[in-house]
Design a protein around this ligand. Structure first.
Ligand code: IDC
Length: 451
């Protein structure tokens, strides 16, 4: 890594572009040498990422010894297969439900010690030490974890690239920029995006952060929404690809499986584990192969959708049988933005949409909620109830807990943001709502205990 740029052995800028496996415990069959060879030779990838979950469904830290040995053997085989093929491999300690990488820090240290001891002499290995810190995992906690894992790896492997995840599911690269890890070379930081959820605001955070000197690797992205499912946003995806290519940012798409969800690269009916034809790929898979074939310039100017880049509203979802206005290819107008602000108990509460879209018969509203406590007191265990003009349900939420009844959405805190000191505010509460109709915000209620 030179400055912010990943380079080759001669110090020339180099971009790794490839595919992340799905969770190895769920879909081990697709993590095989023939699959890697197909993607290398036919798609043009030069890196695979091995997503080894730690904390859920037969994860490394929750399963038994037998399960652990199986996972470790699979990782080893894949590292060696990638080396044989002449491609790079990212060993991904896939924290997610565990939130804070410190939860299984001892296991992580033992695992990376063993891997780096085995593969310290390999030129193709990259260590990703915590996929997506989230919840209570602040940057200082992640940094202190990294400062224990990195020296373990460095004792065996003095120069391999090590990638460190960032808070809020590897979105807060700005936090790492403000307080980077010192004293080691070849460290990069993860930024993850899902194009139908994370748009211009996260893209500009990435470019700003790189411009200010932080080396970023997009070790995981999806072209659908952050659930790994839902609508594909071709326009946003191509904007991301163009920006990453322009900045020489390396990236891996999520994920190599045939699970019936939009982020899978294989069609649900595909059971072959390598050598896929085009029609065995999903919409995401077909898009990615086109992107890999395109030159930097062709990406985004025509792209797979064939839409001119200046027309973001025409997201033609060729591979999805959509109904409704968006699928017809005609002019599509997203639902009107909604927003409302109230002041209750000297706290300013604002709820507004940062993005809206339609998907067949449904509308989606990505809401940002802000609480600004100007009361001079500490507010605890706050509750926000938002009433809409139509019935709603929750598609996704972060940094809060939610429930809905009819046209009401109730937002309550997570344990770490339940207390709001005097003069402080919370701005990262997010909810994606869906409705059968176009909605407006009718009312906001707020309550909290005061101390
Ligand atoms: C999702 C998979 C889904 C699986 C789930 C398990 O797509 O099939 O059931 O994990 O937790 C991430 C994570 C990645 C998620 C993905 C989509 O790194 O593990 O995969 N995602 O939710 N970050 C943002 C999105």
């Amino acid at each position: 890594v030179e400055g912010t740029q990943l380079t080759d052995a001669n110090g020339e800028p180099f971009q790794l572009r490839g595919v992340s496996t799905a969770g190895l415990s769920w879909f081990p069959q697709f993590a095989n040498k023939d699959a890697f060879q197909t993607m290398y030779e036919e798609w043009g990838i030069n890196v695979v990422r091995l997503a080894m979950y730690t904390d859920e469904y037969a994860g490394y830290c929750v399963g038994d010894d037998n399960n652990r040995d199986k996972l470790k053997d699979l990782v080893k085989t894949c590292v060696e297969d990638a080396a044989d093929l002449g491609i790079y491999v990212i060993v991904d300690w896939h924290i997610l439900r565990d939130e804070d990488p410190n939860k299984y820090k001892d296991q992580a240290i033992a695992f990376f010690d063993e891997m780096s001891e085995l593969y310290g002499d390999y030129d193709n290995i990259i260590y990703e030490i915590c996929n997506e810190p989230n919840g209570s995992a602040t940057w200082s906690k992640v940094k202190s974890y990294a400062e224990e894992v990195i020296p373990t790896i460095r004792a065996n492997d003095e120069d391999a690239v090590i990638i460190v995840g960032t808070p809020t599911w590897s979105q807060d690269v700005d936090k790492a920029l403000a307080d980077p890890i010192e004293g080691y070379d070849n460290i990069m930081y993860a930024l993850h995006f899902y194009a139908a959820t994370h748009t211009e605001w996260l893209r500009s955070r990435m470019t700003d952060t790189i411009d200010k000197g932080l080396p970023i690797f997009v070790t995981e992205f999806g072209i659908c929404d952050a659930s790994g499912n839902g609508r594909i946003d071709y326009y946003q995806s191509e904007e991301w690809i163009k920006t990453m290519n322009q900045y020489g940012v390396s990236y891996c798409i999520w994920n190599l499986s045939n699970k019936d969800e939009s982020s899978s690269l294989l069609a649900p009916s595909t059971t072959s584990v390598a050598g896929w034809s085009k029609d065995q790929l999903s919409a995401s898979g077909q898009w990615f192969v086109e992107i890999m074939k395109g030159s930097l310039d062709s990406v985004g100017t025509s792209g797979i959708t064939g839409e001119p880049e200046s027309n973001p509203s025409q997201e033609k979802e060729e591979n999805q049988n959509q109904t409704g206005s968006q699928g017809s290819g005609g002019d599509y107008t997203p639902p009107t933005a909604i927003s409302k602000e109230v002041t209750i108990e000297d706290c300013k509460i604002s709820v507004s949409s940062s993005n809206t879209w339609g998907d067949g018969a449904k509308t989606f509203y990505q809401l940002v909620t802000l609480i600004d406590n100007q009361s001079g007191n500490t507010k605890k265990d706050w509750v926000i109830t938002v009433t809409f003009s139509g019935n709603v349900s929750v598609d996704q939420n972060w940094c809060c807990m939610v429930s809905t009844t009819g046209n009401q959405l109730k937002i309550t805190p997570e344990s770490w943001n339940a207390t709001l000191g005097s003069g402080s505010s919370i701005s990262d509460i997010g909810v994606i709502l869906t409705s059968d109709t176009v909605i407006t915000i009718e009312n906001i209620e707020f309550s909290a205990t005061t101390s």
